[in-house]
Design a binder for this molecule. Structure first.
Ligand code: ADP
Length: 372
């Protein structure tokens, strides 16, 4: 390595906000940087020569076995490790470990380079704290209302007429429903984020999926005209039936909620062919695209990205009138990504279209799993 390159690496190591540690095959620290020393709460000199294993616990799932050759790829994916500081505190942070070899990757490594992603851990921590504080606030609003009206009925029940009593109990019931919805959505978010989502993927007929959701929403859609447009013989979509239903339900429910009575909601599906096989005769459908359009209030362009974020409710009269947690589109987007798809939105006053693209089932998948 030239002196200049060495200087670049040295400066990078010294100034990196992420913690970097080099260990020998026995797990003893040979080199480290100020960021790791800060994390542990000690000076670099006090750390070098000590076992990394006493400061970083791979939580059993990835215990580095220094006697074994480790493939770089396996360990390069960040894994949660517990960092034990001098003061006795413990932090869970993402870390990767890379084997260091002289030339070819097949050689037994002479050591390992561990990176602990401090910046990522801090922003995750911050996002978590913000989520907890928003959730608490969202839960407190209906709880305050439930408690307030229950108190009033208890204290002044005999002075209230029957219609007042019914109204107050009605509010308590609505707010309890809102709490239930919030808790269900928060649980869905937590399942999605902890990657504990179980998917049962199979070939599903897009028309059947749309019709099932349409039937469930019949009551909500009674003041709207709903048009379904799906070409005959459309390729099945490769998805989890319940999750697909949840995606379509959220989008169709929003289309109804955020558009005035008497307007039309259009649900359509079509096949998208592979880009490079667009020649004639090719019927190789790669993705199935669902679109849900409404003639409602629309979403101002500057607020479009916000609608997919957690608790991203916009402030307009229709939103104020409707019930919602602001988690629906965040969940919908996460489900689309989990199924290997994408979601996008285009909007102007009087027309909002959400478009979901999901992988189409290949012929083999259709044959193996059967059509829904
Ligand atoms: P909510 O529970 O509030 O419906 P969502 O995450 O489903 O939460 O949607 C977030 C926000 O995006 C809504 O509060 C609303 O402001 C806006 N929105 C969603 N769908 C539409 C639509 N079809 N037309 C206009 N605004 C919409």
């Amino acid at each position: 390595m030239s002196i200049k390159t060495e200087e670049i690496y040295r400066t990078l190591l010294l100034n990196s906000a992420d913690a970097v540690v080099v260990t020998d095959v026995a797990g003893l620290i040979t080199t480290t940087n100020p960021s790791f020393a800060r994390l542990i709460g000690a000076e670099i000199d006090e750390i070098v020569g000590h076992q990394l294993g006493t400061m970083v616990d791979w939580q059993g799932h990835e215990e580095p076995d220094n006697s074994k050759e480790v493939s770089g790829e396996e360990d390069s994916d960040p894994k949660p490790v517990t960092v034990l500081t001098r003061a006795g505190a413990e932090f869970v942070m993402p870390a990767s470990r890379f084997p260091l070899t002289d030339s070819s990757a097949k050689d037994a490594p002479w050591g390992y380079l561990t990176i602990i992603y401090v910046i990522q851990a801090n922003s995750l921590q911050q996002a978590q704290t913000e989520f907890v504080s928003t959730v608490s606030h969202e839960l407190r609003t209906p709880l305050t209302s439930i408690k307030g009206f229950a108190d009033t009925i208890l204290r002044a029940g005999d002075r209230l007429d029957v219609s007042q009593q019914r109204r107050y109990v009605g509010i308590i019931k609505d707010q309890a429903d809102r709490l239930t919805r919030l808790v269900e959505d928060i649980l869905a978010v937590s399942r999605l984020e902890s990657k504990k989502l179980q998917l049962t993927v199979r070939a599903i007929d897009p028309r059947d999926a749309i019709e099932r959701v349409q039937q469930n929403l019949t009551d909500k859609a009674k003041n709207h005209k709903v048009i379904v447009s799906v070409p005959a013989g459309l390729t099945p979509v490769w998805a989890d039936a319940d999750r697909l239903e949840q995606i379509l339900t959220n989008l169709i429910d929003n289309a109804i909620k955020y558009s005035p009575a008497g307007t039309t909601v259009t649900i359509s599906a079509r096949g998208l062919e592979k880009e490079k096989e667009k020649e004639k005769n090719s019927s190789d459908v790669e993705m199935v695209e669902f679109s849900i359009s409404d003639e409602g209030v629309g979403i101002p362009e500057e607020h479009l990205p916000q609608v997919f974020s957690k608790f991203g409710r916009l402030d307009n009269p229709l939103v104020r009138q409707t019930e919602g947690t602001g988690l629906g589109l965040y969940i919908t987007r996460s489900l689309c990504l989990a199924l290997g798809g994408q979601i996008s939105v285009a909007s102007q006053p009087g027309n909002t279209t959400f478009t979901v693209k999901l992988p189409a089932a290949t012929l083999e998948q259709q044959a193996a799993r059967g059509r829904d």
